[in-house]
Design a protein around this ligand. Structure first.
Ligand code: HEC
Ligand code: HEC
Length: 368
């Protein structure tokens, strides 16, 4: 885990500058999600790795355990699972369009690239708990990987190439076909979009093709008490907080959010979280960093009531006074941002991966 990263510091500086000189931060243009150029052989390899449980220490879970295509590459749970023997303390985010983010994880603690996020996901004890050297030895013994790494131009299977191939696959996970993109929004959704940009103030933070400013804010979303009442979750949370350098980690009863990066002396950054993308929401309930809000209607009601109780809540979150019909229109708009499911072979490795493969004969001769 890295405590601070350069690019997120830069984003913070730009945001701070906007405040200092009094200029409103310009909302980005809305529009379709840009599609990246994909190297097909590298992405196919990344796809197999993503669904392969051998990338976890005890070969029990794969990336797809928590990022399930049927659930919009999230997991449908309020709080994610974790490596067997522990349990998670945050909601698993969708990976659709995640390759376009400026910083990753709910607190934005990794602001470099998906190569680092992939390494972190594989090696982090509560995620896949894998030693990269062991992973490399495992994949080198699988004849299918030997072929696929060569076909992708990577030579022999290696840990460095795994960290390139998975991000190439993640680039294929982009939104398409939503009523918003095809121009087929209902009248209700169209009215909802006007509210979203206007009276409801949502576009203050949710702007651009992914409907996010890639910046942390405090919405006052309530804590999830499960993190403190369930010892398997609490132990994971405590080790995370300790690793992040929080001094009273044993007593901490709230998620520090992005304050682990900003560390403001007055603590006013505690409970800020990265603005999430609003695409593919119909697949990814429940919502917020800790899954505390179950439905889109409840999210809209939450904002209509002026957000949560937090004294540090962003000043732009205020009671909205929307009628029941206006709230329904906003929900219809949010639903119109979901497109085709990414559940066919194009995005899902079709075969069950046999973890009891026959090793290649000459694996001892492999050079790296
Ligand atoms: C045990 C569940 C679990 C597994 C397995 C898992 N993840 Fe995640 N993933 C999460 C959770 C939970 C988060 C959010 C963590 C946080 O905010 O602190 C996350 C965050 C991410 C993000 C950042 C998304 C964003 O919007 O910022 C990426 C990218 C990602 N995971 C990719 C992977 C890859 C690649 C693998 C396999 C190598 C993987 N994950 C395995 C649970 C999991
Ligand atoms: C001040 C910035 C800000 C404003 C204004 C704002 N949001 Fe958010 N929104 C956020 C942040 C930050 C989160 C993540 C909070 C968390 O994870 O606890 C979020 C979360 C959400 C989510 C949950 C997404 C998910 O995947 O979990 C939805 C849906 C949402 N907002 C919709 C809206 C709507 C609709 C409006 C207008 C009524 C709005 N937001 C106004 C910053 C904002």
């Amino acid at each position: 885990m890295k405590k601070k990263t350069f690019s997120i510091a830069a984003i913070g500086m730009v945001a701070a500058l906007g405040v200092i000189i009094g200029a409103p931060i310009q909302a980005q243009e809305f529009g379709p999600v840009p599609q990246a150029d994909i190297d097909a052989a590298k992405a196919a390899l990344g796809k197999r790795l993503f669904f392969d449980p051998r990338l976890s220490g005890d070969a029990a879970i794969s990336c797809s355990t928590c990022h399930n295509p049927e659930k919009g590459f999230a997991d449908g749970l309020p709080l994610a699972k974790a490596y067997p023997g522990s349990d998670g303390f945050r909601n698993a985010p969708t990976l659709i369009n995640a390759s376009l983010k400026a910083a990753w994880f709910h607190d934005g603690r990794l602001g470099t690239n998906l190569n680092d996020v992939t390494r972190e996901s594989i090696t982090e004890t509560y995620t896949m708990n894998m030693d990269m050297r062991l992973m490399q030895e495992r994949i080198k013994q699988d004849p299918i990987y030997v072929e696929m790494f060569a076909a992708a131009g990577y030579g022999e299977p290696s840990n460095g190439s795994v960290r390139k191939a998975i991000p190439e696959y993640l680039k294929t996970l982009t939104s398409r076909g939503s009523p918003y993109d095809t121009g087929l929004m209902s009248d209700s959704a169209t009215r909802g979009f006007e509210l979203f940009k206007g009276k409801a103030g949502c576009a203050e933070c949710h702007s651009g093709p992914r409907f996010t400013d890639d910046t942390p804010h405090n919405t006052g979303a309530p804590e999830n008490p499960e993190i403190w009442s369930n010892p398997l979750r609490h132990v994971t949370f405590v080790s995370f907080a300790k690793f992040m350098g929080i001094s009273n980690y044993m007593n901490l009863r709230r998620d520090p959010g992005a304050s682990i990066r900003t560390n403001l002396v007055d603590g006013s950054d505690i409970g800020t979280f990265m603005t999430p993308s609003l695409r593919e929401l119909t697949y990814t309930a429940p919502y917020m960093h800790n899954g505390m809000i179950g439905s889109l209607a409840d999210v809209v009601a939450f904002y209509n009531d002026g957000g949560g109780e937090d004294p540090n809540m962003d000043a732009r979150i205020q009671p909205l006074g929307l009628s029941a019909e206006e709230q329904a229109d906003l929900v219809a708009f949010l639903e119109a941002l979901s497109g085709d499911p990414l559940t066919s072979d194009e995005h899902v490795w079709p075969d069950k991966i046999d973890v009891n493969y026959k090793p290649i004969e000459n694996w001892l001769d492999a050079r790296n």
